[in-house]
Design a protein around this ligand. Structure first.
Ligand code: S3P
Length: 437
């Protein structure tokens, strides 16, 4: 349980944890490469550690060292034919990315795999993974008429497909690409709405023959093993989002976050906060392993409501809960649409978030695919529940910073799924009454 209350000033510099999406992919792709790689600033959260545990169970030698919140991994890649049947069920824990990406990889491996997860992951949709993998020839089954995990996979030789992604999901896209690496013939994907493209970028860096123009991706099966790729993972913009919103809505704040990933498929939160009037500065842009990153600064801002929907949604899907908190403070109405995917994340993020925000006094309306927030109402401290969802825990904590009175949160430790140092970083930024200059 944690409590959060307002403070007179928020100030300081945050070192962000490594990007979760890039970390999963860096571990999986380097495991499939021929040779050793060192991955610095690997995401320290439980989700990426679940991927590492699964890869180790499949025979990959991986060592983690360095500081707990900024670990480095050394991965000894074993190529297509080095993976071994795991001696037990693989546990993806709370991580959809682990389950879906491994689902793609394991479909082409000549042994039996069973992949399960925690209660939340076992209720998330897996038919969207099973269906395209079966088109590729995979033998993959799931509970509930092939809708849910645990998944059972009897790996075999697959063939490439041409497929149009029915949902803009980077996890499904990546699963198909991982399966396509070792398949016969090319894999061609059409994505009507582009989703995060870290898999495509890493695959190109590691020598795969992949072409992409955003809407159309074409991958040739590997003719030689992937080359290992050592690099430092950029900071996670999804983690930065909490402090971007905190800085913007707090009346007396200035926060700097260095080395933040600014891949354009992930920067929807910056675009929307800027449209709301947030004072964001992006400096020192540079590149790391095909991914752009920069230092980001945010200051107290007067926000106004906005309408968000359409193609931008996949570029900020994980940031919508904290964006809704910004909407509560903004002047006027904020409308978020086309985001029904939020209902199948770690919790039903539309229902759960609006339930908690209304307990705090927010004026909100639920839509089937989003929400309407009537901003400018003051929030009050109360007991809130994270619904065991890391993104809700952190979003509600940020709401607590501007509430009258204190919020008390149950299941607050769940932040460690993606950002174990979140509560510590929040404390570091707080300037208490006696220290305000
Ligand atoms: C992710 C893709 C998104 C996102 C998730 C991470 C990834 O999910 O919400 O947190 O790393 O590929 P979907 O693929 O289900 O859209």
């Amino acid at each position: 349980m944690r409590t959060v209350k307002s403070c007179p000033r928020l100030e300081g510099e945050i070192t962000l944890p490594g990007d979760k999406s890039i970390s999963h992919r860096a571990a999986i792709l380097n495991s499939s490469a021929a040779g050793k790689a060192q991955i610095d600033n690997f995401a320290p959260g439980r989700d990426c550690l679940a991927t590492v545990k699964c890869l180790k169970a499949l025979g990959v030698e991986i060592h983690k060292r360095g500081p707990k919140n900024f670990p480095a991994l050394s991965v000894s890649g074993i190529g297509e034919s080095g993976f071994k049947e795991a001696g037990n069920v693989l546990d993806a824990e709370d991580s959809g990315t682990t389950m879906r990406l491994l689902g793609g990889l394991l479909s082409s491996q000549p042994f039996l795999s069973i992949v399960t997860g925690d209660t939340s992951l076992r209720s998330r949709p897996m038919g969207r993974l099973i269906e395209p993998l079966r088109f590729m020839g995979a033998e993959i089954w799931g509970r509930g008429k092939d809708s849910f995990a645990p998944l059972v996979i009897r790996g075999r030789k697959l063939h490439g497909i041409e497929f149009s992604l029915p949902v803009p999901s980077a996890q499904i896209k990546s699963a198909i690409l991982l399966a396509g690496l070792f398949a016969q013939g090319n894999t061609i994907l059409h994505q009507p709405i582009p989703s995060r493209d870290h898999t495509e970028r890493l695959l190109k860096q590691m020598g795969a023959r992949l072409e992409s123009d955003g809407g159309l991706i074409s991958l040739a099966p590997l003719s030689s093993p992937l080359s290992p790729l050592s690099f430092s993972i950029p900071g996670d913009i999804s983690s930065a989002a909490y402090f971007l919103v905190a800085g913007a809505i707090h009346p007396n704040a200035k926060i700097i976050m260095r080395n933040c990933g600014i891949n354009p498929t992930r920067t929807g939160i910056i675009d929307v906060l800027s449209a709301m009037g947030a004072k964001i500065k992006i400096e020192n842009e540079r590149w790391e392993a095909g991914e752009p990153l920069a230092d980001i600064m945010i200051e107290s801002s007067d926000l106004r409501g906005v309408e968000v929907g359409g193609d931008i949604i996949p570029r900020l899907i994980d940031e919508i809960p904290v964006l809704a908190v910004a909407g509560c403070v903004a002047k006027g109405k904020t409308v978020i649409r086309d985001a029904s995917e939020l209902r199948v994340k770690e919790s039903d993020r539309i229902a759960a978030l609006l339930n908690e925000l209304s307990k705090m006094g927010a004026e909100v309306e639920e839509l089937p695919d989003g929400m309407v927030i009537h901003g400018g109402k003051s929030l009050s401290g109360t007991t809130v529940d994270s619904h065991s969802d890391h993104r809700l825990a952190m979003s509600l904590a940020i709401a607590g910073l501007i509430a009258k009175g204190e919020i008390t949160m149950d299941h607050a430790q769940v932040a460690e799924v993606s950002y174990p140092a979140f509560w510590q970083d929040l404390l570091t930024l707080r300037v208490e009454q006696n220290k305000v200059k």
